[in-house]
Write a protein of this length. Structure first.
Ligand SMILES: [Zn+2]
Length: 92
């Protein structure tokens, strides 16, 4: 699941990623920002995590549970009246 996250900056390449629990919130409701994938009437979402470089200030994003974004045959559309097109092999 997820695997190890690189501690190197994607911009300057230095091993200067600021450690600790850095999160993203919307200023309005303090909710965690999520990556949302809507596909075939199915909504999948995972938290989006930032990495901040302590040298150049570059902010990078990653998700830990990217497998969660994959659409599985067991997933049910959030709208029961949604008429699902047939799943294709490239959906997975
Ligand atoms: Zn950097």
């Amino acid at each position: 699941m997820g695997g190890k996250v690189s501690r190197h900056c994607s911009k300057c390449g230095e091993n200067t990623i600021i450690p600790g629990d850095i999160g993203l919130r919307t200023s309005k409701d303090m909710e965690l920002i999520m990556v949302v994938r809507k596909y075939h009437g199915i909504e999948k979402k995972v938290p989006l995590f930032p990495q901040v470089c302590g040298k150049c200030g570059f902010v990078d994003f990653y998700v830990e549970d990217y497998d969660t974004l994959k659409v599985n045959p067991e997933d049910r559309p959030i709208d029961p009246t949604f008429r699902r097109p047939p799943l294709q092999e490239f959906d997975f």
